[in-house]
Write a protein that binds this ligand. Structure first.
Ligand SMILES: [Zn+2]
Ligand SMILES: [Zn+2]
Length: 214
């Protein structure tokens, strides 16, 4: 059966609205909600957003501090090598300040098993390191004189092997290298004494990596 919808009765004047209290769950002020589900006013929403962003940043910063990347380990290794030896290029002999020297590898840094091997590096100038491939043979002579006549042979053989380091391994090596670096930097050691420290550091490094070299 057809039913007629009742006619709407026009409302005169302004409808009286019921005033609902909107109390912010955070600051307890009576302000309109910007987030209805959490019952928060706009200033508290903003405050919480800022706080969350800060927490996220802190987490990332903490995580970054715990991570020892290959680059970070390269850096401390480089400073250690330059702190130990004389302030000169060990390939061409040119004297220069520590900060201008580079950490030159005898076996290329691309080889994993010798990348952080302290016997494989000496300070050198940028020209030798970047543009003079035969400089490695000058480094090799020096390495053999320091660490034994067959040292370069050993390094070249080692270069064919693989060394995979995880973050914990890198961190362990980093701590050892950093300790030695700090020790050298805060004391007035002779070259001979500094090389002795490098030797000790090298043995600690070997303890970590020897079981990992495949
Ligand atoms: Zn609030
Ligand atoms: Zn040089």
């Amino acid at each position: 059966m057809f039913q007629k919808t009742p006619k709407k009765i026009p409302v005169k004047g302004v409808a009286k609205r019921e005033v609902k209290e909107t109390i912010c769950s955070e600051c307890r002020k009576n302000k309109p909600y910007a987030n209805k589900t959490k019952r928060l006013c706009s200033s508290c929403v903003k405050k919480l957003q800022v706080q969350k962003a800060k927490e996220k940043k802190d987490r990332e910063r903490r995580k970054k501090a715990e991570t020892v990347t290959q680059a970070k380990l390269d850096q401390v290794t480089s400073w250690l090598i330059r702190a130990v030896y004389e302030e000169k290029c060990h390939a061409c002999g040119k004297e220069m300040q520590r900060k201008h020297l580079q950490c030159c590898h005898f076996v290329s840094r691309t080889k994993t098993a010798t990348r952080f091997d302290l016997h494989n590096m000496l300070p050198g100038c940028q020209v030798c390191n970047m543009y003079t491939p035969h400089h490695v043979w000058e480094l090799g002579k020096y390495i053999n004189k320091l660490w034994g006549e067959d040292k370069t042979e050993i390094l070249l053989e080692l270069a064919g092997k693989q060394l995979k380091l995880n973050n914990a391994d890198r961190k362990e090596i980093y701590v050892i290298y950093k300790q030695s670096l700090d020790r050298i930097e805060t004391n007035d050691y002779s070259l001979k004494e500094r090389i002795e420290i490098l030797k000790e550091t090298y043995f600690k490094y070997l303890d970590i990596v020897q079981p990992l070299i495949k």
